[in-house]
Design a protein around this ligand. Structure first.
Ligand code: T4K
Length: 370
């Protein structure tokens, strides 16, 4: 039997992609803000209901360069979550800024806003929250605190593409919202990312930062990197955009199948769709309470692995516990994040996953209950 991975990228009809490739072949405009980059950007501006979208090579560069664009003083503090992918924390550290880790809440695993205000100091410049698994942060409270203390808010919305909260597109929250279009995401452009924002001046800075600081054929105004999305990725994004609605609808059915199988099982906490959220059903995390379920997360992981089912421990370890930060942070100060990270398993979840496979995965999990 073939392995079942935690995710499997959605891809368009081969011929559809090839049609665009033919055009790229003819024009030989392969990268540097070509035709498909422009079309993709314009489509996203319309879809996401924002004034500006800047495209990047990946979600990480969208985050890292967005932070850089604000020019915060060296060492400034950025309040964030340790319950995330390496990218969020690395974007802060690579900008010579200091991550200050706030705990998460045990309901939806986003920042625990009741603990946020206490962490704000006169060195705090921004908050970088994560809509983890597509669960939306408490955007209203984050906005209130940011206004009160004049802080910027840069959302890591890597998991939240295609979602709406309270009728607003998720891209509309914060000073900037950054998406990932990586192959493993609900929506992909092979590799890719986008920053969404209202401030046009920020757009000028981001454009320069992703293109060597070049402002014209004979002028370089800033020191920038190279983080431009190429035409092949933009083309993939355009093709996949057409199937996004259908993919999310398929994901919803798979979510419901998992819920039918696993709801009400003592010792398992499933991920509920938040009120007023149009979800993209990005991940299916399960929290295993060993004392009640009788078997630990790690044991269930091994049972599944043995059957070729490659679930993942997103997100374990906490980023604050990474070896590269040894001795710098204390994860006991974020006890909920620490507890959840030791108990979470994200199950295989993608648009083309068969119901029979969902049932088999659930049966194996249930066979672990003692
Ligand atoms: N912020 C957050 C909160 C994020 O989660 C991420 C990325 C970012 C920022 C940064 O965005 P990007 O710079 O990546 O755009 C994966 C992804 O590489 C990463 O994008 C994602 N988060 C993270 C949660 O998951 P890995 O190291 O677990 O990927 P990997 O290669 O083990 O892939 C997982 C499974 O997916 C594989 O076992 C098989 C399947 N797969 C993967 C790829 C790449 C495929 O079937 N085809 C593929 O092409 O990080």
């Amino acid at each position: 039997m073939q392995n079942i991975f935690v995710t499997r990228p959605s891809i368009p009809e081969f011929d559809k992609y090839c049609e665009i490739l033919k055009d790229i072949w003819e024009t030989r405009q392969l990268t540097n803000m070509g035709k498909y980059h422009k079309i993709f950007q314009a489509k996203l501006i319309e879809l996401l209901n924002v004034s500006n979208v800047e495209l990047f090579t990946n979600g990480h560069m969208a985050l890292e360069l967005s932070l850089q664009a604000f020019n915060f003083p060296r060492g400034a503090e950025i309040i964030t979550t340790p319950f995330t992918f390496a990218s969020t924390t690395h974007a802060i550290v690579r900008n010579n800024l200091t991550p200050v880790f706030c705990d998460i809440n045990s309901e939806d695993y986003t920042l625990d806003v009741t603990k946020l205000e206490n962490l704000i100091t006169d060195r705090t410049c921004a908050i970088m929250p994560v809509h983890v698994y597509g669960n939306i942060c408490n955007v209203n409270e984050i906005n209130r605190l940011a206004k009160k203390y004049s802080l910027k808010v840069i959302y890591d919305a890597a998991h939240a593409f295609g979602e709406k909260f309270d009728g607003k597109n998720i891209a509309e929250f914060g000073d900037v919202s950054c998406f990932s279009f990586h192959a493993t995401k609900v929506f992909n452009s092979i590799e890719g990312g986008a920053a969404c924002f209202e401030d046009r001046n920020l757009g000028i800075k981001l454009y320069q930062l992703k293109n060597f600081g070049i402002s014209g054929p004979e002028s370089v105004d800033g020191v920038g990197a190279n983080a431009k999305m190429n035409e092949f990725c933009a083309a993939m994004g355009l093709c996949n955009l057409e199937n996004l609605g259908e993919d999310i609808a398929k994901r919803k059915l798979i979510y419901e199948r998992y819920m039918e199988n696993l709801s009400g099982v003592e010792g398992l906490k499933l991920n509920f769709i938040q009120k007023n959220l149009e979800s993209n059903y990005a991940y299916f995390p399960v929290i295993f309470n060993e004392k009640i379920f009788g078997t630990s997360r790690n044991e269930v992981f091994a049972v599944l692995e043995n059957e070729g089912i490659l679930a993942r421990k997103y997100f374990y370890p906490l980023t604050s516990d990474f070896k590269c930060f040894h001795g710098k942070f204390d994860s006991s100060k974020t006890p909920t994040a620490l507890r959840i990270s030791k108990r979470v398993l994200t199950l295989p979840f993608y648009a083309d996953l068969d119901f029979e496979d969902v049932d088999r995965i659930c049966k194996l999990i249930l066979s672990c209950k003692k």
